[in-house]
Design a protein around this ligand. Sequence first.
Ligand SMILES: Cc1cc2nc3c(=O)[nH]c(=O)nc-3n(C[C@H](O)[C@H](O)[C@H](O)COP(=O)(O)OP(=O)(O)OC[C@H]3O[C@@H](n4cnc5c(N)ncnc54)[C@H](O)[C@@H]3O)c2cc1C
Length: 288
Amino acid sequence: MIPGPFSYHRPATLADAVNLLSTLGDEARPLAGGHSLVPMMKLRLASPEHLVDLHGVAGLKGIRRDGNNIVIGAMTTQHDLLASEDIGKSLPILHETALLIADPQVRYRGTIGGNVANGDPGNDMPAVMMCLGATYHVIGQGGERRIAARDFYQGAYFTALETGNVLTAVRIPMPPAGHGYAYEKLKRKIGDYATAAAAVVLTLSGGKVATCSIGLTNVAETPLWAEEAAKILVGSSLDAATVKKAVAAAEAITAPASDARGPAQYRTKMAGVMLARALERAKARASG
Ligand SMILES: Cc1cc2nc3c(=O)[nH]c(=O)nc-3n(C[C@H](O)[C@H](O)[C@H](O)COP(=O)(O)OP(=O)(O)OC[C@H]3O[C@@H](n4cnc5c(N)ncnc54)[C@H](O)[C@@H]3O)c2cc1C
């Protein structure tokens, strides 16, 4: 339970953070809330020689509007999301998801940037970001890149981030007023990662689904965007037969590991159950 030796760096500007991370190379890691990285270090599953703490870097925290988007600074904590009136009103699925992450202690430290950059398929925010069509702002020595959440995740703990990169913000297009949403998460106990979870955002028009997007958590090496399942639902009234087809399409793209949360087949089925529940709640919340 004791991490290996490391040097601690606390840059004050983004340029300094990027310079440090680029110069120190693969042996350096950004440190945000530390609630994924530090436990991994204590278990010796990660042994970075340098930690570059982002807490002193100006401009990485806060929630702002940019046109029809909400831009959330990477160092904004899950607690900050829960405390934001704007998030509660405009992006209530983020509020709902943040509340399902761990416990208040973790949420006070854990950041949105760390949650989406970590690449752990058990993290809850990535599937929600895919569902919402979010984009990540990433800065490195070559300048800024904007990467769609749907293109970001490449494997367990493998993302589009390169050595020397800092994820600075998450940009989320605001779903239309009156949209329905839900994040359904099955977990063994409070503070646990998902056995399976599903995020849904949809709009209705004349009682029929006009748009729909679905994300799935912890049922593959990466978070999943269930595009085919959502397409099946568009134009339907979310009747039982169509929901069943969509659930089958979502289950078909899962490939969970068998682990302490259950055998793979069970976790796939639970992804389907979470999706059906999320669709029902999203429908009840949508107007139109
Ligand atoms: C008991 C417990 C229960 C938990 N349960 C859940 C849960 O149910 N759901 C869930 O989603 N999470 C859960 N977590 C994880 C928690 O949400 C973490 O806070 C989160 O995964 C990582 O955020 P962080 O700010 O702590 O990042 P850190 O731990 O500091 O960093 C995580 C990784 O991301 C990298 N990183 C961090 N910030 C950046 C950045 N801006 N740019 C580039 N790379 C960056 C780091 O180098 C590191 O590799 C739990 C944690 C604990 C301790």
